[in-house]
Design a binder for this molecule. Structure first.
Ligand SMILES: [Zn+2]
Ligand SMILES: [Zn+2]
Length: 148
């Protein structure tokens, strides 16, 4: 991503490891690194996947994140041309994290998967051009019509 606002994590001390997982507890992750950035995405994939107007994600470092448990995957070509692979718990169906071919060290965890919800500090909104009229996100956040 280019021209993105500063991450809210750069000046922050974050207790680690960062842990999270699915609804049933079968698929879990643990990250020893610091979060990179957090954002909302209003693209049509995220709308369908989230059952509401957007997805919310926190970017972790893949090389510092360990996954335990089984997962199912679904891959698609994103607007950027990159292949995005969504990882779901095969038992409860929760979307826990995504990987993208464009940024191989990004572990894109769903904000709702975090054990500590206060860790989600979004800096921007992506794909605002697809926003549903009823999906209002914090107006102080910079919005990008597409990907950043
Ligand atoms: Zn589960
Ligand atoms: Zn999206």
């Amino acid at each position: 991503m280019a021209n993105i606002p500063a991450s809210k994590y750069s000046e922050l001390t974050v207790a680690r490891p960062i842990t999270g997982g699915c609804l049933c507890g079968g698929l879990r992750y643990e990250c020893t690194g610091k979060p990179l950035i957090a954002f909302h995405c209003q693209c049509q994939h995220c709308q369908k996947l989230s059952s509401t107007g957007h997805g919310s994600y926190i970017l972790l470092s893949k090389s510092e994140t360990k996954v335990t448990g089984n997962f199912s995957i679904w891959s698609y070509t994103a607007d950027s041309g990159n292949t995005t692979t969504k990882h779901f718990c095969p038992k409860c169906g929760t979307q826990v994290f995504s990987l993208t071919s464009g940024h191989q060290n990004n572990f894109i965890a769903s904000a709702s998967s975090l054990d500590d919800k206060s860790l989600f500090l979004p800096s921007l909104v992506l794909f605002a051009k697809h926003a549903s009229p009823w999906d209002q996100i914090d107006n102080s956040l910079p919005r990008y019509s597409g990907g950043a």
